[in-house]
Design a protein around this ligand. Sequence first.
Ligand SMILES: [Zn+2]
Length: 591
Amino acid sequence: MSAIDEIKQRVDIVDVVSQYAKLTKAGRTFRALCPFHSEKNPSFFVYPEQQSWHCFGACNTGGDVFSFVMKKQGIDFGEALRMLAQRAGVTLPSRAERGGEDREKQKLYEVNEAAAQYFQSQLDAKAGEKAKAYLLKRGLSQKTIADFQLGFSPDKWEALKQHLIDTGYTEAELLNAGLIIEGEGGKTHDRFRNKVMFPIADARGHITGFGARVLDDSLPKYINSPQTPLFDKSGTLYGINLAKDAIRQQELAVIVEGYLDVITAHQNGFQNVVASMGTSVTEKQVSTLKRLSKNMALALDADAAGEEATLRAVSYENTLDAEVKVIIMAKGKDPDDVIKEDAKAWEGLVREALPIVDYTFNVVTAGLDLTKASGKAQAVDKLLPIVAEIKNPIRQAHYLQKLAQLLNVSERSIEAALARIRPRQGRIKLPKQETTPSRHPLLSSPVEEYCLALLLQHPELKGSAQGFLAEYFENSENREIFIAWQQSDKIELVKESLEPEIHEHLESLLTRELLGDRIEQKYAECALRLREKFLRSLTMKIQSVLALEAESGGGAAELAKLEEQRIAAKTQLAEVLAQTKQMRLGQRGVR
Ligand SMILES: [Zn+2]
C-alpha cells in the first residue's frame, strides 16, 4: 500500500476538520460554520462515509482530507502529505533521502540486468550445457527460455563478481544487490554457483532479484536473492511482468507456487499465471494484484488448503470484495505436471475452481458424520469462525444458510452460534502477517484513473481537455497529477514537479494498457462520465443539505441559495446526459 493510501486509511477527516471547526452531527453528515469564509449559518459539511467535505457557501468547493489541509493551512500537497503522515504515524523518507534512494535503486536495477545477461550468456556457453539440457528436458522451448531470461551461474567462486567488476560495477554494489556474499575474512564470492537462474522482475519488467535451482537432487532445491533495497520476497509475484496484461484482459489472476509452474503455463498459452514465491499468498501480493483484477484463483495442492489458509483467503476476499477461488489439483501434482500432461485438463480445473469457502465446507464435512450431534458440533466449530470472518453481509448470509442446510438445523440456531462467536472475533488471529489498520475504505475511482491515463499517454488530447476542471477529480493524487500535466508538456517535468510519493501512482497510469484506437472518442466519453459523476455527487450533497435545512427550519435566504445551486447542478447534469446520449447515437450511426 502506498504511503498516501496508508494515511487515508488511518486519518479520519472528521477528526482533522474538528480541529479547525466545531462540527455538529446532522444525519449522516457533520456540519459547521465554514472554516474558510465567514458566515452566520453553517454551510460547510463533512461526509464521513466518503471521507470528503464540501462548502455550499461562498467557497462552493470541496474535496478530500488532503485538499482540506492544503486549503486551511495554505500549503501545497507535499506539505499536507508530511503533516498528515506525521499525524497518522506513517514515515515518509525525506526528499533528499528519496533522491539518493532512487539513484541507488537505479544502479541496482542496472547491476541485476547485467547479471541476468551474464547468466543468459553462460547458459549458451559450454559451462551451461547441463543446465540447458535440464531446461529442455523439463519441456521448455528456446523461445520460453529467452522470454523468461533464464540463465546459468557457473560453478566458480568469482565468475560473476569478476565479470561485473570488469564491466565497471563496484563490490559494494554487488553486495547491495545480493549477488555476492561476504565469506570468512571478509572476502567476497558469488552467491549463486552451479545453478539454473530465474531472474525475477517487477511489474514494469525491472529485475529485482533472482531465484536459483540446483541441477541435481541436493537440498535446498531453490535459493533466492536475500532481502535487498529492490527485492522483498513477500511482495514479489514471479512472472507479473509477463502476466499483467493477460490478468487484466481475462479479469483473473491465477496464483501458483513455483517458477516452473509459471513458465510452463505461459508456454502453453495460460498467460494470466504468477507465482507467490512461497507457500502462502501475502497481503502485499494481493494489493499488487488488486490493481489488475479483483478475481483471484489459487492453485493448491489438495493437502495445502487447510482452515488456516481459508481464514487468510477470507481476509483477502474482504480486501478485494470478491471471492477467492481455489484450483484443486490431485495430491502431489503441481500445475507444471498437470499442464504438461494435458493443457485441456488444466483449463477445466481453472474453469471449475470453487470459491474457497465452499471448498472448505466440502473438505470439513467430508470427514464428519453429520447425522450425529457430535459431527454437527464439530462442523460448526470449524466452519463458523470462517463464516464469521466474511464481511460482505450477503455472502455471509449465504454461507450461514448453507451451513444450516448441511447440518439440517434451523438457521436461527446457526445465527445464535454466530452471535456468540462475534464478540470473540477479534481473537481469531491469523497467523502472523503484516496487518494494516483499515479504518477507512479506500475509494479508488476507475473513471478518474482511466481518464488520467488517457491524457498522460496521449499528448494530442491536450487541446480537447480545455475546460476540464481539476475539481472533477475527487482523489487528491489524481488532482495533483492532472494539475501538473496541465502545466507541462513533458512527462519528465510532470514527474519532477510531483511529490515522490505520487510517482508510483503516476507510473501505474503511464503503463496502463489502453487500446490504441478511437482515442479522441474514448477521451470524450470518459470526460463526460467524470463530469457526470462529479455533478451527481454534488447534487446528492446539496439534496441532503436541503433536507436537513427543511427539517431544522433554515433561513429562507439559505434555502433559496441552495435551491439555486441545486438547479444549476441539475441543469448541468442534464446537459451532460444529453451529450452522452448524443454521443452514443452518433457511435451507432458510425457502426
Ligand atoms: Zn466556505
